[in-house]
Structure formats: structure tokens, C-alpha cells
Design a protein around this ligand. Structure first.
Ligand code: SAM
Length: 312
């Protein structure tokens, strides 16, 4: 369906948990380990069915860390079987992907985005609080073996923390048929120094002048680049320096059954009162989509809720 700014809203992010097995320094760490209210498998299936009736075709399962939910394979299976849902993707930190990639692919998962902020073991440990880089790298291999496609690696660079990991990450896009995407650090109330830490897309283009724009069939948020001989691409996602809110097609279902029209505002709408009435649920979702703001206000009014809570 179209929102009031004439944007086609056809993409739903479903955060299935707020729990996470990492503790990344930019994400909003305070909630990582705690178990919050989580929608059940049946509730997720029912909600996704209602979203499909509102014009959602594409779903991405996220969190927290979605793979810490023991029923994640069933969640993917139920979403993939929903009439009207054409693609199901997953965003994960990859720690548990080695064991889950094949069953998830069998359940109907098509694509996977894996967060990888550094290929250097000690930088990775500093950023995430865990010594698990090897497991993540094996998870990426397993995702390829399982036939998941596309596989995209997402990195958030911060000056003085992991910005020096950029060349090795670009090298991955050169040598593997996968896209490596650099996401600008977004400001949340908890990471007040984001403006000082952020590495912008333009700074990366100056650092890697051999990267040239490439055509992309995707209608997404990343602008893609490559160089001769590259097997994959480098993507720049620049929500702060080059906002793409006018092209945003997504809304977010949080694991507590609330709907968040925009990640940059804390405002959520509770769908729980409508869980037992499909018509009322569809109407509530439509109303909420109509409340989606025109654009973010990161610079003047950053949100309080980090992405672990919002569902990245
Ligand atoms: N646990 C999963 C993962 O690690 O991919 C899914 C949730 S995580 C919140 C989703 C994405 O949000 C990650 O790629 C992470 O790097 C990104 N992210 C978290 N905080 C961010 C921030 N302040 N700015 C930009 N990206 C952020």
C-alpha cells in the first residue's frame, strides 16, 4: 500500500527477539542479554499474514540476534509459506549461521545479511565483546554452501575503532562473489558521539578512488561500486549524509507486538489489542503505515532506542 507520502510500503522487518549473543559497542548494549516479551511463532505467522494483506511482499527476519531463537527455522518456514510473501531474508551476526544456514535455506530462506565489522580478530572482539570471528567466517562459507543468495556483509565503521578494517573488507568484495556494504553509524541517544565516530560514504570513496559506480537492479538503500576484477561489490548505505527516506519502503514489527513505522523515531503502535480480529488487525496496520514520518531527524532529535531494540 502507499503511505501518505506516496511511498509504496512493501517491506517488513520482523524482529523476533531483542536478545543477542554479542554486545556491539554501537548497538544499544544495555538490553542485549535480557529476555523481553517475544511474539510466539503463531502470533508472528498471523501478523505476517495480515501484513501481506496490506501489500507487504518482502520480509526480513532480524533482532536482536534472530538465531538465538530456537524456533527461528519454523518462523522462516511459516513466513515463507504465507500467501503474498515473495522473499524472505535474514539479518544475523553470523555466530550461529554455521549450524543454521542449511536448515534455514530448506525452510525457504533466500538471502542473508551478515554483520561483519572487521576481519581482524582483536578488533572484532573489542567491538562485539566476543571472540567468535572464526565462527562467523565459517558461517559465511556455510551460507554460500547452502545456496543462500544474495549474501551481503554489513559493516559499520567507526573512527579510532575499526575504520582501519575498511581495506580488508573491500578486499573481501574483490575476492568473493558477495557484496560488502558500509553502513554509516546512525546516532542514538546512547551513542552521543556518533557524529565524531562516523565514517561517511563519501570518505570511503575518497579512500578507495578505484571504486566506480555499478548499475544495480535493486531498489534498495545501498549505492553499489566495484572495480575491474572484483567478484563482488562494495555498497554504501548513507542514511545520515545522504538520506533516502523518500525511497523508504519498510516498516518494522518489534518482538513485543508493536509496529514501528520509522527506525529514527521511538514511536511505536501496539498491535496486540487486534491479535484476535484479522479485519481490525489489517485496519490497525494500515493506520500505522499512514503515520510513517516523511523522514528522519537524526541531527536534531536522535531516537533513544538503539537497533537491538528496533530490529536492525
Ligand atoms: N544481530 C543481527 C546482526 O548483527 O546483524 C541483527 C540485528 S543488528 C541490530 C542489525 C544491523 O544494525 C547490524 O548490521 C548492525 O551493524 C546495525 N547497527 C546497529 N547499530 C547501528 C547504528 N548505530 N548505526 C548503523 N547501523 C547500526
Amino acid at each position: 500500500m502507499k503511505d501518505r507520502y506516496n511511498r509504496e510500503i512493501d517491506y517488513l522487518r520482523v524482529s523476533v527477539t531483542q536478545r543477542c549473543n554479542l554486545n556491539c559497542i554501537y548497538c544499544g548494549k544495555s538490553d542485549c542479554g535480557k529476555k523481553q516479551t517475544e511474539l510466539s511463532l503463531d502470533e508472528i505467522a498471523r501478523l505476517v499474514r495480515a501484513f501481506a494483506l496490506c501489500g507487504i511482499h518482502k520480509v526480513r527476519v532480524t533482532g536482536g540476534e534472530p538465531l538465538v531463537r530456537r524456533d527461528v527455522t519454523e518462523i522462516v518456514e511459516r513466513i515463507a509459506a504465507t500467501p503474498g510473501i515473495e522473499t524472505v531474508g535474514l539479518t544475523t551476526n553470523g555466530v550461529l549461521l554455521e549450524q543454521y544456514a542449511a536448515p534455514l535455506a530448506k525452510a525457504g530462506l533466500q538471502s542473508v545479511n551478515i554483520s561483519l565489522d572487521s576481519t581482524d580478530g582483536s578488533t572484532y572482539r573489542h567491538l562485539t565483546g566476543a571472540d567468535v570471528l572464526g565462527r562467523v567466517l565459517r558461517g559465511i562459507d556455510e551460507a554460500q554452501n547452502a545456496g543462500l543468495s544474495p549474501i551481503k556483509l554489513n559493516a559499520v565503521l567507526m573512527k579510532g575503532v575499526n575504520a582501519d578494517s575498511a581495506p580488508a573488507l573491500v578486499h573481501l568484495a574483490e575476492t568473493k562473489p558477495i557484496d560488502v556494504r558500509f553502513i554509516e553509524l546512525m546516532p542514538f541517544a546512547e551513542n552521543g558521539d556518533a557524529d565524531q565516530l562516523r565514517v561517511t560514504g563519501d570518505e570511503l570513496l575518497r579512500q578507495f578512488p578505484f571504486l566506480q559506480p555499478v548499475e544495480s537492479a535493486e531498489n534498495g538503500t545501498a549505492v553499489y561500486y566495484a572495480a575491474p576484477g572484483f567478484l563482488g561489490r562494495v555498497g554504501l548505505i548513507s542514511p545520515v549524509s545522504h538520506p533516502f527516506c523518500d525511497r523508504c519502503r519498510r516498516v518494522r514489527l518489534l518482538c513485543d507486538g508493536t509496529l514501528k513505522p520509522c527506525l529514527a523515531f521511538d514511536k511505536t503502535y501496539d498491535l496486540k489489542p487486534y491479535f484476535n480480529d484479522d479485519a481490525a488487525l489489517v485496519a490497525a496496520i494500515r493506520d500505522c503505515i499512514m503515520q510513517k514520518p516523511a523522514g528522519h531527524a537524526f541531527q536534531t532529535a536522535p531516537p533513544h532506542h538503539g537497533l537491538n531494540r528496533t530490529g536492525g
